[in-house]
Design a protein around this ligand. Structure first.
Ligand SMILES: Nc1ncnc2[nH]cnc12
Ligand SMILES: [Zn+2]
Length: 338
């Protein structure tokens, strides 16, 4: 009989919550820093890795933005994205919907064009050479003001065909979705789909705001919905997807132990939950490690894993026919491997 680990490794998967800047592995960071003659305030990969201990989201974000500082040229963004794609290709990820944070780069003088051209060409190469299909999501930084998000939206318009949606990330508490109501309205008018991080550290009211004011098609994280019964019922009846990130939750102390992760409780509430890696270079695991982590901690069955993987295809922005094909493929995989 196939082990649960092998079952997870070989099942075709999709990832819906991934920050490309969060895939920046220390080895590549040192390599790019060197060729750009940029300093990293650490002497070695090991020293840098030992700094990856976080008590909350903000402690992580401070290191994450510092790491991104060495990315300057189009080739850097290409190499970052290509490294992620080759890694997840080994993990049988077949479709990705990934975030990039333009303001992290434009605010330090790197042009929007440089960032998006590097990421886009790696994604195109990934489609052609690795068979990984993709959608790109431009995320606004919520610790900055709405005027800055509007400026970013303007910069993105020449590249509209390359970007499928907009998102909202960075420091959550004190920066509610309502702060970005107008820029999301304009984004929807321009044809972008919308998603937002909500209920990771912020309260359930932020999830309501993301639904009602930003009209999102998915909630990123959403853990704290469980504090509001009416909200849980609403999310379940609408089958609004939640993109959960178990290892991120563990590393950022959203949960104290993977055994306490709410994913099973959420499945029991009929919520459309999905498994994702968020910032794998910082949180100790890509897609397989996230699935294996919760499978072992919560004693998940192969049926439950297959359900989670199917949820992700349902929650994706793939065309209906493509989703149906993937779901059928998973059902066949389960039959063959259970
Ligand atoms: N987990 C997370 N929450 C909010 N913003 C982020 N940016 C990168 N990872 C993030
Ligand atoms: Zn995230």
């Amino acid at each position: 009989m196939v082990s649960i680990e092998k079952f997870i490794e070989n099942i075709p998967k999709t990832e819906l919550h991934l920050h490309i800047e969060g895939t920046f592995e220390p080895e590549l960071m040192f390599e790019i820093a060197k060729r750009n003659q940029k300093k990293i305030p650490f002497n070695s990969v090991a020293e840098l890795k030992s700094a990856y201990k976080f008590n909350n989201l903000q402690e992580f974000l401070d290191i994450y933005y510092a790491g991104a500082n060495v990315l300057i040229k189009e080739q850097d963004f290409y190499d970052l994205t290509w490294a992620y794609l080759t890694k997840v290709h080994e993990q049988n990820v077949v479709h990705v919907e990934i975030f990039f944070d333009p303001q992290t780069h434009t605010d330090r003088g790197v042009s929007f064009d440089t960032v998006i051209k590097g990421i886009h060409s790696a994604l195109e190469d990934g489609k052609e050479r690795l068979g990984i299909t993709y959608k790109l999501i431009m995320s606004f930084l919520r610790h900055l003001d709405e005027a800055s998000a509007f400026k970013t939206l303007e910069q993105s318009l020449p590249y509209k065909d390359w970007i499928s949606g907009v998102g909202l990330d960075s420091s959550e508490v004190g920066n509610p979705p309502s702060k970005f109501e107008e820029v999301f309205k304009k984004s929807r008018k321009e044809g972008f789909l919308t998603v937002a991080h909500a209920g990771e550290e912020g309260p359930a009211t932020y999830i309501w705001e993301a639904l009602e004011l930003l009209q999102v098609t998915r909630i990123d994280h959403g853990n704290r919905c469980l504090e509001d019964n009416k909200l849980v019922k609403q999310l379940a009846s609408s089958q609004m997807p939640l993109t959960l990130c178990p290892l991120s939750n563990l590393e950022l102390k959203v949960v104290s132990n993977l055994k306490e992760h709410p994913i099973v409780k959420m499945m029991a509430e009929n919520l459309l939950v999905t498994v994702n890696s968020d910032d794998p270079a910082y949180f100790g695991g890509y897609m397989n490690e996230n699935y294996i982590g919760i499978a072992n901690a919560l004693d998940l069955s192969k049926e439950q894993i297959a359900e989670l993987v199917k949820n992700s295809f349902i929650a994706s922005w793939l065309p209906k026919q493509e989703k149906e094909k993937r779901i059928l493929e998973i059902d066949q995989y389960l039959t063959k491997n259970s």
